[in-house]
Design a protein around this ligand. Sequence first.
Ligand code: THU
Length: 142
Amino acid sequence: MSEYSEDQVQQLVKKSHEMKQMSYCPYSNFPVGAALLTADGTVFTGCNVENASYGLVICAERTAIVKAVSEGHRKFKAMALASDLKEIAIVPCGACRQFLVEFGVDWDVIMTKPDMTYEVMKTKELLPLCFVPTDLQRVRVV
Ligand code: THU
């Protein structure tokens, strides 16, 4: 059972697709949008932001999370992702999966297609055996 409504899912899916319009992706021409639902019901959006120094790209997922955290939100329920890929739902890249588990291993990633269908997976399913903040508190040999 998820702690959010079907209406909220629909809102996240719609917003994630709307956010593709904000994408700055002159190099890849691959717009990605994200919509993040926080524990208190606030929604933060994001898009990918590229750079002429290609390696500096910031993905839509990380944009949304940085916006939320910088406004005081650290607990998340779900994030919807959108791209223009017709045949498959957009999945978060490896770096973004690590960014997602930083804020919990048990919240939902809603991976959508342009026809508004989607697949949902937990952050821990997307990044099994992940390194998380509590690992830094574990017993060490030195
Ligand atoms: N991208 C995202 O924003 N999120 C993903 O989950 C996959 C990739 C962006 C990065 C880059 O701007 C473009 O898509 C192509 O890799």
